[in-house]
Unconditional design. Structure first.
Length: 166
């Protein structure tokens, strides 16, 4: 009898089941849940960085302005500068810690464009590795994330903590 191999991805059950957190994930109330539980790597009054709870790949980050705003053209120059500066920091940290071969970086603006939270714009940063889109995505519409979200969080967090100290 052939040994059956199981691919476990328990964090996907919440996504598949359609359960969505109430409110805006980019405007979490202070003290509601620990940052680690919300996967928040960095926040100040101007910008927020959190890990995607349902990632396309290991280290998939979401970077949003601190202000609740849906449209890119509604950002101030300062907000645009803060967002892009944080994106640069994220890329540097991901390159150092996870050593990807490249990145997908961009906005999904509006629900039809794939925005899961269309009322609060956010920049998606997805690390990519040679060969990361393998047969699993093609045959089973399934992505394999080789590391638990909290393990990745704990690798990245000290680098974002160092940004706060500057």
């Amino acid at each position: 009898m052939e040994e059956r191999r199981v691919l476990w991805a328990p964090w996907r059950a919440e996504y598949v089941g359609g359960k969505k957190e109430p409110g805006c994930i980019f405007c979490p109330p202070e003290g509601d849940l620990p940052d680690e539980e919300r996967l928040i790597l960095y926040r100040d009054e101007r910008v927020l960085v959190l890990m995607n709870k349902f990632p396309y790949n290991t280290g998939h980050l979401l970077v949003s302005p601190g202000r609740h705003v849906a449209e890119l053209e509604d950002l101030t120059r300062e907000e645009i500068a803060d967002l892009m500066e944080m994106a640069q920091h994220c890329l540097r940290i991901l390159r150092k810690v996870l050593k990807p071969d490249g990145f997908n970086v961009g906005f999904n603006l509006g629900k039809v464009a794939g925005a899961g939270y269309p009322d609060h714009l956010h920049l998606q940063i997805v690390p990519r590795w040679e060969g990361d889109a393998n047969f699993m995505a093609v045959l089973a519409d399934l992505r394999v994330i080789p590391e638990h979200l909290l393990a990745t969080y704990r690798k990245l967090f000290p680098h974002f903590e160092a940004l706060r100290q500057r």
